[in-house]
Design a protein around this ligand. Structure first.
Ligand code: DGJ
Length: 753
């Protein structure tokens, strides 16, 4: 890791172990240009990569054709309307209504460590293991300054970038666009075929499916204008070279550490150059800066891998595990929980919960989580949100009594909240109807019979926070699920003036961060799980506050293969909320074996979400063994390197992935046969990431079965207690179990002997 400025050539060079990011100050007009981002290079003058370095191709020396030069320039921070017709990264409107902007290099500083971003989640690192470069640019006409900050850590190859905009002029200005990332790059591949754009898209119960499209001319990308990350899109852009595979080839990944509206775009111009931008969605956004005020844009992550998608995944996983997630639970095994949502929905009382807790304890489960319905008047989803006081008709004797009884059984206790919401039928709404986000004189849109609270207002945040905190202090609560079950619409705040209404979505996000920051400071011992109607707010911003996030309301293991494949492309397995459900599955109605449901959930945080008092004796009997497997393998799953071996999304037959310990002495392979077809015996899969010179013992774990007719044991074609060399496993492959049936699976353990 190093960051240097080469004075003579005016080049900035940011190096990690395997990656270089190079910029140069060009021309006597002080343009900051992007020169290179890719595989690590030695030190040399790379300015030959810029097509306009010699006169007459300098903008300052070619005023007659200045536009031609600016059009092809690789701008590090493109402004607006200065001859470059591609999408700019920043727009600032003056009092006079103009948006012309050209930021020029002014100065820079290189320092050890990294400064935090006021009010926003951001990566962090130790003073000695982190370096940062802050480059100051300025538009000399409107006197607005831009601080671009780049940071790198010694143990990952990611390059971080954030931006602060400061109004140094004497007049207010309006920031209308402030995209955190903007990179002009060539993306040429030897075979000249276009690169592909990889995005993670979906909907409720089908979140973050991987999708590829060819990068065509013009714009393509992702966005959210729903006030949250959304089920539909992820603030991620992947650029995948034509020859890239899981394990080899060039891949770029761009990700935004933010939980509100975003836009990510790839623009391919007529010269086949790509401009990649990612940041707060300019749609429904603007921010007024009075003289002297500043605006902080969120942090973006840039990853380059020449080891295919898997290499990119390893960088994101290590970055988020070591430099984003915080708190005492980050590196700890989480308690195996049972959640009552799909077991009871709103129909529960203390007796029902205790019955579940008793049975759960017998099976080795460690925590009971009481989901939606315990507060206010809440027997359906039509009322009660905002009234965070326990409903003693359901929880008779009060919350403390219930929690004490659950604790006495030997279980921890967790609870559900939806602090951002308000039901029209609630005491809170009757007292403060103007606290809901809405536009005056218009009937606001209800979703799930609820409105969104205006978290941009301090009095709203404080009132709700105090209610939540009072409940948390009233009993021994050790886990909190923070849910959010609708998108933002009707963008209007009673507290903002006409000039500032477009600030609402970003201010809402800052308010959310402030509440979660307060919560994690006041209750540092609580295991915190974010959630949004399933996985609509699975984003790096939320990971700064909670070490785990609920992945999806779809717990069917087949659907989960695709959801968890896309999620794990960027997010460590330790963050993926995953539970074992009942069958037929409540979303898709599919019947799968209990073992397969557990095997797939073991790739995440692991828990159960079913009525344990009603499942079959055989299923119940399988739980202790599944819990034991969780304890046996969760350290490996949380800390290891994740490899994708085969994808059901691609082959429509089976799925296979693996976690390998960092020292390569141990690995756990999960194999799921979704469809049994004749000739499935030829599934000999190569197992990556091992040490080719070591020998491994290969065993199959027993995870319990549902149907009596299913096999009791799973054997591998190589025999029940095989020993195999790493090179044979890696290059010749391991034949997978031969199941006679669909939805069957196995956990295969490799251990150095
Ligand atoms: C959506 C969540 O994803 C579910 O797990 C559950 O908590 C419900 N909300 C409760 O309303």
């Amino acid at each position: 890791m190093n960051i240097r400025y080469f004075e003579k050539d005016r080049i900035f060079k940011i190096d990690t172990d395997h990656v270089s990011y190079v910029m140069a100050v060009m021309d006597d007009q002080q343009f900051l240009e992007h020169v290179y981002f890719g595989r690590r290079l030695g030190d040399s003058d790379l300015r030959y990569l810029l097509r306009h370095q010699e006169p007459p191709f300098l903008a300052s020396q070619n005023p007659g054709d200045r536009g031609k030069v600016l059009l092809v320039m690789q701008h590090e921070l493109p402004g607006e309307l200065t001859g470059d017709h591609r999408e700019g990264a920043v727009t600032v409107r003056t009092q006079a209504g103009h948006t012309a902007l050209q930021p020029y290099y002014v100065s820079h500083r290189i320092y050890r460590g990294k400064e935090s971003l006021p009010g926003l989640p951001a990566t962090f690192g130790s003073e000695e293991g982190t370096m940062s470069l802050e480059i100051t640019l300025e538009d000399p006409v409107i006197h607005v300054r831009f601080l671009l900050t780049y940071s790198v850590f010694e143990d990952t190859d990611a390059v971080m970038r954030s931006m602060r905009i400061i109004n140094d002029g004497g007049q207010p200005v309006r920031v209308e666009k402030a995209l955190s990332l903007s990179t002009d790059m060539g993306c040429a591949d030897g075979d000249q075929r276009p690169w592909r754009l990889l995005t993670l898209d979906g909907m409720w119960v089908r979140e973050r499916h991987m999708n590829y499209r060819e990068i065509g001319y013009g714009f393509q990308g992702v966005s959210s204008n729903r006030g949250e990350t959304s089920h539909q899109e992820q603030p991620f852009l992947g650029l995948v070279s034509p020859s890239a595979t899981q394990h080899a080839g060039e891949v770029y990944g761009f990700h935004l550490i933010y939980s509100g509206n975003f836009r990510g775009q790839v623009e391919r111009d007529a010269y086949d150059a790509l401009r990649v931008t990612l940041g707060i969605n300019p749609d429904r956004f603007s921010f007024v800066l009075q003289p002297g005020e500043s605006f902080q844009a969120p942090e973006g992550v840039m990853v380059y891998s020449r080891e295919g998608l898997g290499g990119m995944t390893h960088t994101f996983h290590d970055l988020y595990r070591n430099h984003l997630i915080r708190g005492i639970w980050r590196d700890k095994k989480r308690p195996v929980l049972i959640n009552n949502w799909e077991a009871t929905y709103f129909d529960f009382d203390n007796e029902k919960l205790l019955a579940i807790a008793r049975e759960a304890k017998e099976c080795g489960i460690e925590m009971l989580v009481m989901d939606d319905g315990w507060f206010g008047k809440r027997d359906l989803d039509v009322s009660g949100l905002g009234d965070w006081v326990v409903n003693e008709n359901k929880i008779r004797g009060g919350l403390k009594k219930l929690v004490d009884e659950v604790n006495a059984l030997g279980l921890k206790f967790g609870i559900w909240f939806e602090p951002e919401m308000i039901s029209p039928d609630s005491d809170l709404y009757r007292a403060h109807p103007d606290w809901a986000i809405r536009v005056p004189d218009r009937e606001p849109c209800q979703m799930r019979n609820q409105y969104v609270l205006d978290l941009s207002r301090k009095e709203v945040r404080d009132t709700v926070y105090d209610m939540v905190a009072a409940v948390l202090r009233s009993a021994n609560i050790e886990y909190l699920k923070w849910d959010m079950n609708r998108t933002l619409t009707d963008f209007g705040s009673a507290a903002l003036g006409a000039e500032n209404q477009d600030e609402l979505c970003h201010r809402y996000c800052l308010g959310l961060y402030e509440m979660q920051d307060r919560l994690t400071r006041d209750f540092p011992h609580i295991l915190f799980e974010n959630c949004s109607g399933g996985g609509a707010r699975f984003d790096p911003g939320m990971l700064y506050y909670s070490p785990q996030i609920w992945c999806s309301d779809d717990m069917d293991p087949v659907e989960r293969l695709m959801i968890q494949e896309g999620t794990s492309l960027l997010y460590p397995l330790s963050t993926m909320g995953a539970h074992v459900c009942v069958v037929p599955n409540h979303v898709v109605g599919r019947v799968t074996s209990f073992a397969t449901r557990a095997n797939v959930a073991l790739a995440g945080t692991f828990g159960y979400e079913l009525d344990i008092t009603k499942i079959s004796e055989e299923e119940r009997a399988a739980i202790p063994n599944q819990v034991a497997l969780y304890h046996k393998y969760n350290d490996l799953i949380r800390r290891g390197d994740y490899y994708r071996i085969a994808s059901y999304r691609e082959n429509h037959l089976y799925d296979c992935y693996e976690v390998v310990s960092k020292d390569r002495t141990e690995a756990l392979i999960t194999y799921v046969q979704v469809l049994n077809v004749p000739d499935d015996r030829s599934r000999i899969l190569r197992i990556p990431g091992l040490d080719p010179d070591r020998e491994y013992a290969v065993t199959v774990e027993h995870t319990g079965f549902t149907a009596p007719e299913e096999d009791r044991t799973v054997t591998l074609p190589v025999g029940p207690r095989a020993r195999m060399r790493g090179d044979a496993l890696m290059y010749a492959g391991l034949p997978m179990p031969d199941f006679r049936g669909d939805f069957r699976s196995a956990l295969i353990h490799l251990e150095e002997v």
